[in-house]
Design a protein around this ligand. Structure first.
Ligand SMILES: Cc1cc2nc3c(=O)[nH]c(=O)nc-3n(C[C@H](O)[C@H](O)[C@H](O)COP(=O)(O)O)c2cc1C
Length: 453
């Protein structure tokens, strides 16, 4: 290619440039690898491609540690905890930087970020798949395993390799352009700026995941639109791989809630309200007869497409399942049309508890059942939430505040006839022991079943 031709081919908007950009835009994270090793020379070239990225003052204060040994990959997975794909990828590339230079505006972090993304693009163009992981686990264990000196900071790791055939091939949705960019001055639609505690300023260095003094956990301080926006994008942080979002805290709790629900007759019309990532939808579908008509209701279409794909991956795709969006908390059903309305620990996530219960009452038929499990403020877990959990950032599912069991009970008793009550879990997390005894109002999750008169 002559110099002139090359220039023409690289001109913005040329067919070549568009084709390359389109290929780059098709990159998406892979969390299920096939376990095959990768050739060392290819890995080396991917890392070197990454070093073509700009760096603050050209200092290139980065260091990349590549792991390919299967035993070491398994150990890396165990240290990471939440990223099971580490053991099956072809290589893990740890991203580290030398501390002491270019910290202003996190310049050194920005530089490693640029190199990491360049490596992901190179991985993709070379026909492999990859994923960025900040969740690498305990840094001191990693330092010991990899011999990383204290003066180097660990930022994360890229997992690269061949995607398994079972890996979801979906790309997480991108926000519309008008919500993430503006010309000449800052402009952004209100639903995409989330509530925080009022303050004069929000110094970034005072905000950490586990310690965020500005986090607003009260869902009543959020609008329905803000909740829909926040929950709808963050759900994709883990892709619709089967088995994701099986929260240790919820544990077997949903199965116990299904026991309280009891048998469901064939053909009954059921609505599940705000299941976010669909973990409870999976349990619910396993409980329902094949021909029950399940309506999954969420605030954003993004959650619905996520749950739909998740169910497909879990082998639970059924033609009788519908996916519906609730606009500002209004349930998308005619009056008196449903047999069961289920709130899977979602009543504590809504901005308007009374309005939502009125809606449940409106859409249930006479004799229809309401089932709700709610995280209980009057429990050991409630205390732990107040003292610890709520000091951190709002979770991906959105803000919530556990409700006292008696508050839920009386709000439901105002509208329905209560037919069963139970408490799940004695400890602040994990166990799912169910009790209908005197302590039911003191357990981690309060479950209530009621009938529409
Ligand atoms: C800095 C950073 C850290 C991330 N950490 C993790 C992680 O620990 N585990 C994980 O499964 N995904 C992780 N991701 C992947 C994101 O969830 C993913 O990029 C996002 O959902 C967009 O999807 P896409 O990469 O398919 O476009 C991380 C991504 C970035 C940029």
């Amino acid at each position: 290619m002559t110099g002139k031709n090359r220039e023409a081919a690289h001109k913005a908007g040329s067919t070549d440039a568009e084709a390359i950009l389109e290929r780059l835009a098709a990159r998406h994270s892979c969390r299920v690898f096939d376990g095959r090793p990768m050739d060392q020379e290819t890995i080396r070239r991917i890392v070197l491609d990454g070093t073509q990225a700009p760096s603050s003052c050209n200092q290139q204060q980065w260091h990349f540690i590549v792991i390919t040994d299967r035993e070491a990959l398994r150990k890396a997975r165990d240290i990471a905890g939440g990223n099971p794909h580490f053991s099956e990828c072809g290589a893990l590339i740890y991203l580290t930087f030398q501390k002491g230079w270019a910290h202003r505006n996190y310049s050194v972090v920005q530089s490693v970020g640029a190199a990491g993304y360049h490596m992901l693009l190179s991985t993709h163009l070379r026909g492999y798949s990859g994923i960025w992981n900040a969740g690498v686990g305990d840094h001191s264990q990693l330092r010991e395993m990899l011999g990383i000196p204290e003066i180097f900071e660990i930022l994360g790791a890229l997992a690269i390799g061949r995607a398994a055939e079972t890996a979801p091939a979906m790309k997480a949705p991108r926000r519309p352009d008008e919500t993430i960019m503006s010309f000449e001055r800052f402009e952004r639609p209100a639903p995409t700026i989330y509530p925080v505690k009022p303050a004069e300023s929000y110094p970034a260095d005072r905000i950490a995941n586990h310690d965020n003094p500005f986090a607003e956990w009260n869902p009543s301080a959020w609008t329905w639109e803000q909740l829909a926006d926040f929950r709808g994008y963050s759900v994709w942080a883990k892709s619709p791989t089967p088995g994701v979002f099986v929260s240790a805290r919820h544990g077997e709790a949903t199965a116990r809630e299904m026991e309280v629900l009891g048998p469901v007759a064939p053909g009954e019309k059921v609505a599940e309200i705000m299941p976010w990532g669909g973990t409870t939808t999976v349990e619910l579908l396993r409980h329902l007869p094949m021909d029950a008509q399940l309506n999954v209701v969420e605030l954003s279409d993004n959650n619905l497409s996520f749950i739909r794909e998740r169910l497909r991956r879990e082998g639970l795709e059924r033609s009788s399942t519908s996916f519906l969006r609730a606009d500002r908390g209004r349930l998308p059903f005619p009056d008196a049309s449903l047999a069961i309305v289920y709130f899977p620990q979602s009543l504590e996530q809504v901005p308007d508890l009374s309005g939502v219960l009125d809606e449940a009452h409106r859409v249930l038929k006479t004799g229809g059942r309401l089932l709700a499990g709610t995280r209980n403020m009057t429990s050991r877990y409630g205390r732990q939430w107040r003292d610890d959990e709520s000091r951190g950032q709002v979770p991906l599912q959105g803000p919530f505040t556990p409700l006292p069991a008696r508050t839920v009970r009386s709000a439901i008793a105002d509208r329905f006839e209560i037919t069963d009550e139970a408490g799940i879990g004695l400890a602040q997390g994990y166990d799912a022991d169910l009790s209908r005894g005197a302590w039911r109002h003191r357990r981690r999750i309060y479950v209530i079943k009621a009938r529409r008169r």
